[in-house]
Design a protein around this ligand. Sequence first.
Ligand SMILES: *Cc1c(COP(=O)(O)O)cnc(C)c1O
Length: 508
Amino acid sequence: MVHLSGTDRPTLPPRAASAVDAPHDHLLVRGAAAEYADQLTRAVAQVAARFERVDRPTSGATQAELERLVAGVDLDRPVGLDDALRELDEVYLEHAVWFHDPGYAAHLNCPVALPALAAEVVASAVNTSVDTWDQSTVATLVEQRLVRWTADLVGLGPDADGVFTSGGTQSNLQALLVAREHAAHRLTGAAYEPELAAQLAVLATAETHFSIVKAARLLGLGSGAVRLVATGADGRMDPASLSRELGALARDGVHPMAVVATAGTTDRGCIDPLAEVAALTRAHGAWLHVDAAYGCGLLVSPTRRHLLDGIEHADSVTVDFHKSFFQPVASSAVLVRRGEDLRHVTFHADYLNPREAVVPNQVDKSLQTTRRFDALKLWLTLRASGAQALGELFDEVVDRAGEVHRRLRRDPDFEVLAPGSLSTVLFRFRPAGLPEAVADELNPAVRQALLEEGRVLVATTKVDGRPWLKLTLLNPQVTLADLDAVVEAVRRSARQHLAARAPEAVAV
Ligand SMILES: *Cc1c(COP(=O)(O)O)cnc(C)c1O
C-alpha cells in the first residue's frame, strides 16, 4: 500500500523560470514574482493531479509503514522543489485522509469552499499578522466587518464584538476566561484571583464538548467546577435540571460563573433549548455561553435558522466556520454581546500596542499575538458565492442525515439512536438476538477494520457507556447511494466478524 515506486508520479509542467540556487532565491522578495507564481502553480498542479486520482478516504497504510516512510526522508539533504513536491506526494498526499471522499463519514471535517482556498494563497503570500493596526491596517477592518456580520446573524446587538480564533477550543477558552473575569468583578470588584476558584461553577451537560472542561482547568477552576446538568432522552439540556442545579449552587453560596449551552452537540447534533436556558441563566445572574461550533451553519440556513432561536440572548458565542461554513482549517470566532468585555484579555506592551494607542489593535482582543488573517477566507467566500449558498449546502447534509436515519430505522440489522437536529447519525450493528455484550465488542472492531481497509471511515463514540458507530455528514456531494455503500461496508464487516466468532453468535 505504500507506493514509492514512482510509476504513478504525477508529471509536472516543464520549468519556465530560472533555476533557484542562491539562498535568497528561496524567499518571496522583490523580483521574485515570477518564481512565486511558478512554484505555487507547481504545487497546485501536484495537488490537482493527486485529487483527480483519490478514490478512497485513505490508503490504509499501517502506522508502522507510515513511520518508516516519514523517518526515511533525509531532512539534511535538500532536493529542490520539484523533487520535494514529488516526495511529498508519496509521503503525504498518498496517505492523507481525504474529507471530500464519499467514503469519509467520520468527524466534523468538511470539503472546503474553493474561494476560501484562493484566499489562503493570498493571505499566506502577504503574510499579514492581524495583531496590531500597523501590521494589518485594512485586514483589521476586514476582520471587524466579518465579526460584525456574524454578530448580526446571531442577533447580539449593537455593542457586540469578537475576534477570529484558531478553533472552537480556543473560542470556548476565551469565552470562559471573559466569563470568569466578569464573575470575579461582580463578586469582588477586581480581577480573578485563585482564592475565588471554590466559589465559581460552570454548568454544562455531559454532551458538552470536552474543551469546556479543559478550559475550566486551564482557567484555574477546581476539578469539580464543571457541574453536570442532566439531559432529556433527546440529548438536550433539561431546563428543570438546570433550574435545580442553579438553585443548589445558590444555597451553597457558589456563583454560577457560566452556563454553557451547546448548539449542537458534537455527537448527536442536539441543540439545547436556548431560550429556556437563557431565561434561567439570566434569572440567576449567570453568563450564558452558547457553543455553536458545529451548528453555526444554521445561521445562514434558508430553512432551519429557527433551530437557533434564543441564541441572541447569549453573552458569548463560539462559531466554527471550519465546520459548517465549509472553510479550511482554521477559521473560528468568539463573539461577545458587550465588546468591552474583551478588555479582560487586553495587555499592553510598549513595543507593540502601547496603552496610549489610538488605533484599533486586534491583539487587544485576542489570546494570540501573531495571528493569521483567517478571516480573509470567509470574506472571499461570501464575496464569490454568498452566505445563502453555504446555508443551502449545510441544509443538504442535514437533510441527508435524516434520510439515512429513516433507512437505518427500517433495517433489522441495525439499531439507530433518535436523530438530533444536525448531520450526524448514531447507529450500531445489532440484529435481533445478538447479545448486547457481543454488539459492544463488534461495533468498535468493525470501525477499526474499516479504517485499516481505508475505503470507508466512520467514527465511534459511547452512549450510556455503550459503543455506537457515528456517521458525520458534511459533504453535500455525497448521495444516499454513497451512504448506502458505507452502511453495506459496515454490515459486511460486521457479518465477517460474527462468522469468525463462536458458533452460538453466528446463528444470528
Ligand atoms: C468541534 C467542536 C469544538 C472544538 O472546536 P475545534 O475547532 O476543534 O477546536 C467545540 N465545541 C463543539 C460543539 C464542537 O463540535
